[in-house]
Design a protein around this ligand. Structure first.
Ligand code: 13P
Ligand code: SF4
Length: 320
């Protein structure tokens, strides 16, 4: 722990020296979220991270999350240097929607409005009419459905099914999945609920439909934390990455939180409620990013950035 304290002190000094601010997602490890809080940085969901980075005066943003979050920060703030602890922090939704295949799909359906989740590459965003995060997906699709045009939705299949179910919108849906949320098991959740009948179930909408069906609250990471506070139940079963417990417990210190099961149907989980890419954001990696810069910097080709900025700004205006 002395070593960890040394790293924290080093990072604090480097943040000052580089005029940098640390922006972390709720799924990073608790020590990283605590460091962001302790250094005047920020912890939030993907939409809030984007907004914070854009309005903050620091010259350098260090984004502890996965690559699409760093890219979003760069698209919105091209004048800032955007560093990531590692450029290898991927997302299975981004990987599951290659830009060339997606462009061909869109070309085959030119009459559709193209809506993509923020968990995508810059090239996929550049092909979209709208970008959304889970915190505003239902509202945006409701609005677009009201305009009467058919919609292409990509890439998350569970979130797509959830939105289609909620809004009744006519959507052609891409079929990628998040390797973390895809692992939550409805049958095992039923058993756990039987064990704790008084518990509320909180679910991120990247989870399978059968899990969402059992939820008392469905929403983005920030929305789930708010629900944890406002629901009357003292015990909460939570179907999202376990990184969220750090801020959720801070928001409701008296409540008891239980991880939703990722196994239990005889299946073994691959990621067990923690994103392997989020887990790459450690103290050592943050120190290297701040010390070396090179090899950690997010660079986005300008023509592509300008294209992706249009749907991203639409999202921010819609969310405002
Ligand atoms: P949020 O938009 O809820 O932060 O989700 C991002 C993400 O990667 C979920 O797995
Ligand atoms: Fe992507 Fe899932 Fe990891 Fe979020 S938790 S970054 S959606 S793989």
């Amino acid at each position: 722990e002395q070593q960890q304290a040394d790293y924290r002190a080093r990072i604090k000094a480097l943040l000052k020296a580089r005029d940098a601010v640390l922006i972390a997602h709720y799924y990073t490890d608790p020590e990283i979220q605590a460091l962001a809080e302790a250094t005047g940085g920020f912890v939030g969901d993907s939409l809030e991270m984007a907004k914070f980075g854009k309005q903050h005066p620091a010259k350098t943003l260090i984004v502890a999350g996965v690559r699409f979050m760093g890219e979003t920060a760069k698209i919105l703030s091209p004048e800032k240097r955007v560093l990531m602890p590692t450029l290898k922090a991927e997302c299975s939704l981004d990987l599951g929607c290659p830009a060339d295949e997606f462009a061909a799909f869109c070309d085959a359906h030119p009459e559709h409005t193209v809506v993509v989740y923020a968990n995508t590459s810059v090239a996929v965003k550049a092909r979209a009419d709208w970008i959304v995060t889970s915190s505003i997906a239902v509202e945006l699709i409701e609005y677009l459905d009201g305009l009467g045009k058919p919609i292409i939705w990509a890439p998350d299949r569970h979130l797509g099914a959830y939105i289609a179910n909620k809004t009744g919108a006519d959507m052609l849906r891409w079929q990628a999945a998040c390797i973390v949320h895809d692992e939550f098991k409805a049958k095992a959740l039923k058993q756990l609920k039987a064990q704790y009948p008084d518990a509320a179930v909180l679910v991120h909408p990247e989870s399978p439909a059968a899990v969402i069906e059992m939820a008392d609250a469905v929403g983005s990471t920030s929305q789930l934390i708010k629900a944890a506070q406002s629901l009357p139940q003292q015990r909460l079963i939570v179907a999202t990455d376990r990184g969220i417990f750090y801020k959720m417990q801070q928001a409701c210190p008296d409540k008891v939180m239980v991880e939703a099961p990722t196994g239990g149907d005889g299946a073994t989980c691959r990621s067990c409620a923690h994103c392997p890419w989020m887990a790459m954001n450690g103290l050592v990696a943050i120190t290297s990013a701040l010390e070396e810069g090179e090899g950690h910097e997010i660079l986005v080709e300008e023509a592509l950035r300008q294209k992706a900025l249009i749907p991203l700004n639409r999202m921010l205006e819609f969310a405002a």
